[in-house]
Design a binder for this molecule. Structure first.
Ligand code: KG4
Ligand code: ZN
Length: 336
């Protein structure tokens, strides 16, 4: 059994976890900074990196202790997310991991955040086998991926402007629902009429890329023109438009990938309407849907430790002089 300590500090969650063999979560600790950023209406990078510095030692210590590792040398590999993400934030997790690797003599593995969202699936379903069609939807990213095999991905489509989570956050802010916006819209939409306003479904029949900035503008324009429509109806109608597009592209990606399994990852994968619709469409098309539990959708250390295990098996340790990469993309097999 190989135990990996995974550290995640790419955005506004300071998280650490110990995972055995890329599948079994022995501990997972997440210190959220949501309250720190809420009064600014979004993540403030400088505030985020400062909070990571304050939290990271305690979070790592707690993750080790919960996993029964009395000191860092009791695990086998030390991993951290090295991109994509906020530069100052990434540096904190990567520096902490390298320091532990140097003092213990253990291998260090740098992990791609997007690959980690993908490998979160194995934490719940250890026997999952590619090919899979995966929709990664978060505050920073929206992409559909054909996972043909381990470490072999084809990015079939991605957003040309805003990420899906970013659209949720911006619309929620405009509607006065606070930050983060996704959970607030999700909650309010349950009481609303999703058919109240017919918002556009951007790029619905136009390939596998996404676009959400026009939809956000459509919500703002509509709300100004017709202030009488209840906020819960606007929220439900907006959410339905986003979900329609996400579901259609995931199914189209599954056709391209020839995949019988649909997988969701990233913070927006916690959306209750998206989860219900993906489950429905899977049943209707004879596929299986894999919907990770909410705590594995949003950023966490367990997904970093899981992805690190698979990468380590394949490529070994990451050199200690490798840095961070805020703009890191998912390694794409198209170019091979
Ligand atoms: O994966 P994540 O924790 O961080 C990034 O890597 O970005 O995703 C955060 C995003 C935020 O935009 C948040 O509003 C959205 O996920 N989110 C949701 C829900 N829960 C979180 N969006 C829609 N419905 C939700 N229930
Ligand atoms: Zn994420």
């Amino acid at each position: 059994m190989t135990k990996v300590l995974g550290i995640e500090t790419s955005c506004d969650e300071t998280a650490a976890a110990v995972v055995a063999d890329g599948r079994h979560v022995l501990s997972s600790v997440v210190a959220s900074q949501v309250e720190l950023h809420a009064r600014f209406g979004g993540v403030v990078p400088e505030v985020a990196s400062r909070a990571h510095v304050e939290q990271v030692d305690a979070v790592v210590g707690e993750a080790l202790l919960e996993a029964g590792a009395l000191d860092p040398g009791d695990v086998d590999v030390i991993a951290a997310c090295h991109g994509p993400g906020l530069a100052g934030s990434l540096l904190v997790g990567v520096s902490a991991a390298k320091a532990l690797a140097v003092t213990t003599g253990l291998p260090y593995v740098g992990v791609n955040h997007l690959e980690a969202h993908l490998y979160a699936a194995w934490l719940e379903e250890p026997d999952l086998e590619p090919p899979l069609a995966v929709l990664i939807v978060s505050g920073g990213h929206t992409l559909v991926v054909a996972m043909d095999d381990h470490a072999r991905y084809r990015v079939l489509g991605q957003t040309v402007d805003d990420a899906a989570g970013e659209a949720f956050d911006k619309v929620a802010r405009f509607l006065g629902l606070g930050y983060p916006g996704g959970p607030a819209i999700d909650r309010l939409a349950r009481e609303g009429d999703a058919g109240a306003v017919r918002f556009p479904r951007p790029m619905l029949d136009d390939g596998l890329d996404f676009s959400f900035s026009g939809l956000k503008t459509a919500v703002v324009t509509h709300a100004r023109r017709e202030p009488g429509v209840a906020t819960r109806d606007v929220a439900a109608s907006f959410q339905e438009a986003v979900v329609d597009v996400l579901v259609a592209k995931l199914v189209a990606a599954a056709d391209v990938a020839r995949a019988d399994v649909l997988v969701l990852g990233g913070g927006v994968a916690a959306n209750s309407r998206l989860r219900a619709r993906v489950a429905e469409v899977a049943a209707a098309t004879g596929r299986r849907a894999f919907l990770p539990p909410l705590e594995l959708c949003t950023d966490n250390g367990a997904m970093i430790a899981a992805a690190a295990w698979w990468r380590w098996q394949r490529d070994g340790a990451t050199p200690l002089d490798a840095g961070i990469d805020p703009g890191l993309a998912l390694p794409d097999a198209w170019g091979e």
